[in-house]
Design a protein around this ligand. Structure first.
Ligand SMILES: [Fe+2]
Length: 449
């Protein structure tokens, strides 16, 4: 609480205050929040809400944990009215989530209660009747219920996003728009389950809630497992990156930036979601084969002998050997293996040319050279982005695939590159004198030594 900024505190108390005021108003004007004959329904839906809310699914969108609990609150809109829906939402305060601070619980409960009130009010205004629906009256519920869902879900997202942006200083605009639209549509779809619960209540009462929401809950749990798996893949990739970068002081952060630049190019040329993930991994792991190159060769000052240069040229093959067993890398293998091929066929390890070079490798080659040029090296400072772009244009058609260079330049116009922070000079024994990725300072090889 102490860490929260003033605007965040004001917002927090405003949401909690608004929910408290609404409950107080209902109590004063109606004398009770829920009719005594509806207490059983309230209890079942509140329990269901609580179970779902206690086991949220962590999404890839940072800081988002979502649950299917709101379907229970929407069912309450139909079965017990707006106060009932607000009370069901309020049970978020009691959710079993160890370590969740009281203030967050209060905020969650209050914002769900507000959403319940708003959805219930819209439902009533559009002629929706509260109570267990009869079969012949079911059609009349659909319109008001759809409107209630269309209010509940976006309001829930707006209230939560505002809190997140005030508490973390991350502007809501920085949350990926595509992810948000997907999130919103998915939840509007899930809203229909609340209607199913309400519709079935007339025949199978409380079992309807379990029957409808339990499979949904299990599906969400499985989805959460999938995301947990993705996060562990990412952590594995990051660990491998870290291992490479500890061998090569001046290339810290290089894997991550090549991954980012590769993804920018891949998006620009219209790669699908699966390939985007694979190329993100390929960018991170493109130099993993450096683990198989002696550190003294990577860090050698001055010209390399032919043997030493041959050892460096082996790193794409070594990389492939290291990660070959990781089956989810899929197309990333080709990117790792061929990222030093050149468009004119003068690259390594196989001397492939033009379209013979796998697409992933053509993308990574551009991203790799660009990041190398725009980062500090021991033998020179970082080049400005414009200079690196000129260099890429100069190499288009000889070293690089011109399509990938053009795509990267277009992507850079939309999302300007954030130059790397200056690298402090490393301790004496950690300096690398030359970078094999830097097209402006090719490695010198001396023959006959
Ligand atoms: Fe490399």
């Amino acid at each position: 609480m102490r860490d929260l900024s003033w605007p965040a505190k004001v917002y927090l108390f405003a949401v909690i205050g608004a929910a408290t005021a609404l409950f107080a108003h209902s109590l004063i004007t109606k004398g009770q929040l829920v009719a005594s004959e509806s207490l059983g329904i309230l209890l079942v839906l509140a329990l269901l809400f609580l179970v779902c809310e206690s086991m949220p699914t962590l999404l890839n969108v940072e800081q988002f944990a979502v649950s299917v609990s709101f379907s229970a609150a929407l069912a309450a809109v139909v079965l017990i009215g707006m106060e009932g829906a607000a009370l069901v939402g309020l049970t978020a305060v009691l959710s079993v989530r160890p370590g969740l601070p009281l203030i967050k619980r209060l905020f969650n409960g209050a914002q769900f209660a507000l959403c319940g009130y708003a959805a219930g009010w819209v439902y009533q205004q559009l002629g929706g009747v509260s109570g267990v629906p009869q079969v012949n009256a079911f059609d009349d519920l659909i319109g008001p219920y759809a409107a209630a869902t269309a209010v509940f879900v976006p309001l829930n997202i707006v209230l939560t996003l505002t809190m997140i942006s005030l508490a973390t200083q991350v502007s809501a605009g920085e949350v990926p728009m595509r992810g948000m639209v997907q999130f919103l549509l998915t939840y509007l779809g899930y809203g229909t389950f609340g209607l199913l619960v309400a519709g079935l209540w007339a025949t199978i009462q409380s079992i309807s809630a379990v029957l409808v929401l339990l499979p949904l809950f299990v599906a969400r749990w499985a989805f959460g497992q999938y995301h947990a798996q993705q996060r562990s893949y990412d952590a594995t990739m990051a660990a491998l990156c870290q291992a490479v970068e500890t061998k090569d002081y001046y290339t810290r952060g290089h894997c991550t930036r090549v991954s980012l630049a590769s993804t920018m190019i891949a998006q620009e040329i219209g790669m699908g979601m699966d390939r985007l993930r694979a190329i993100r991994y390929a960018g991170m792991l493109h130099d993993v084969g450096k683990l198989g190159v002696p550190t003294k060769v990577l860090q050698k000052e001055g010209p390399l002998t032919e043997e030493e240069f041959a050892a460096i040229q082996l790193h794409p093959m070594r990389g492939l050997e290291i990660v070959r067993g990781i089956d989810f890398l899929d197309e990333a293998f080709a990117g790792i293996m061929h990222h030093h091929e050149r468009h004119d066929g003068k690259g390594y390890p196989m001397g492939l040319a033009g379209p013979e070079i796998p697409e992933f490798a053509r993308v990574i080659a551009v991203a790799d050279a660009f990041d190398s040029m725009t980062s500090d090296r021991s033998y020179r400072g970082a080049r400005p982005v414009e200079v690196a772009v000129d260099e890429l244009e100069r190499g288009a058609g000889t070293q690089f695939d011109p399509v990938m260079v053009a795509a990267f330049i277009k992507a850079l116009e939309r999302n300007p590159w954030q130059p790397q922070r200056r690298v402090e000079p490393p301790p004496e024994d950690a300096a690398t004198i030359k970078d094999h990725d830097d097209p402006t300072m090719p490695i010198q090889v001396v023959t006959g030594q």
